[in-house]
Design a protein around this ligand. Structure first.
Ligand SMILES: NC(=O)c1ccc[n+]([C@@H]2O[C@H](COP(=O)([O-])OP(=O)(O)OC[C@H]3O[C@@H](n4cnc5c(N)ncnc54)[C@H](OP(=O)(O)O)[C@@H]3O)[C@@H](O)[C@H]2O)c1
Length: 266
């Protein structure tokens, strides 16, 4: 690994594992990495999508791509993925913890199973995959980990309370770990996008939300560049950065009240 390289060229010829690669930001990260010469392990539940993306990346960039279908909501999903890369002796130099989803609406109406799966995918799998791959990175003297948090990590989001709490976890987890492992040459960065044009809103049941926001490609580039530059946190997009800074000037209570009004279902 060229640890001094602060561009995406850092991952040329290196293996990157991208979770949630079948759509949105994960697929965009896979495109960016393949374009930069990285080798890829793509994972998600939708096999056809992963196969189609793998074929596209092989065709466009002559990329080396492996596909591993795993459901990260299952308790042993992360271990299955780890066993796959171990069996193929793939040294994962970059772990992208991107898979995640939200659910919009009153907490009391959200099915218990969906909430449990959300915590499992957004939090449990992130912790497990990081714990599984980090020791190898330390042994090799370097490695990189990108964690998809969100601007939802900086305050409560009523009607998406569980989702915001999982993203808050992701943010603090990444920032804490970054300090802990930097002395082993391992970099960890929390990427915090705001609204991004992906399938997220449809999956969350908030399709009525305006399809505004950044492109997945822009968010992917911002996250990878920040990680390569050694940052432990990046908020994608100027408006989002201003939002995060300005809400710190207000009381938490006020921010929560305003967020509740914005998110209250019609
Ligand atoms: N879009 C936004 O506005 C936004 C803003 C801030 C942060 N984020 C974060 O960005 C990340 C990516 O979201 P996105 O916007 O790209 O959404 P997306 O288009 O819905 O993609 C989500 C990805 O996660 C995968 N996934 C979901 N459940 C899974 C499971 N049980 N097992 C394995 N993979 C699973 C999906 O694949 P399968 O369905 O094929 O399994 C898909 O590839 C998430 O962590 C999200 O919280 C998104």
């Amino acid at each position: 690994m060229h640890s001094s390289d602060t561009t995406l060229g850092r991952w040329r010829g290196q293996w990157a594992l991208v979770t949630g690669a079948s759509a949105g930001i994960g697929a965009a990260i896979a495109h960016a990495l393949a374009g930069a010469g990285a080798k890829l392990v793509l994972t998600a539940r939708r096999q056809e999508r992963l196969d189609a993306l793998a074929a596209e990346l092989r065709g466009a960039h002559a990329a080396t791509v492996e596909v591993c279908r795993v459901d990260l909501a299952l308790e042993h999903g992360p271990e299955e993925l780890f066993a796959f890369t171990q069996a193929k002796t793939i040294p994962v130099a970059l772990l992208v913890n991107n898979a995640g989803f939200g659910s919009y609406g009153e907490f009391r109406h959200t099915p218990l199973e969906r909430l449990a799966e959300m915590v499992q995918v957004n939090v449990g799998a992130v912790v497990k995959l990081t714990r599984l791959y980090l020791p190898q990175m330390v042994e090799r003297g370097g490695g990189d980990i990108l964690v998809l948090a969100s601007t939802a990590a900086f305050q409560a989001v009523p009607y998406m309370s569980t989702y915001a709490a999982t993203k808050s976890f992701d943010l603090l987890f990444a920032e804490g770990l970054a300090q802990e492992v930097s002395r082993y040459g391992v970099r960890v960065c929390a990427l915090c996008p705001g609204a991004t044009q992906t399938e997220f809103a449809d999956v969350a049941g908030r399709s009525a939300a305006r399809r505004h926001g950044e492109s997945a490609a822009d968010v992917a580039r911002v996250g990878l560049k920040a990680l390569a530059a050694g940052k432990s946190l990046v908020v994608s997009g100027l408006a989002n950065r201003l939002g995060v800074v300005s809400q710190r000037l207000a009381s938490r209570h006020l921010v929560n009240r305003v967020t509740a009004v914005v998110f209250r279902p019609h």
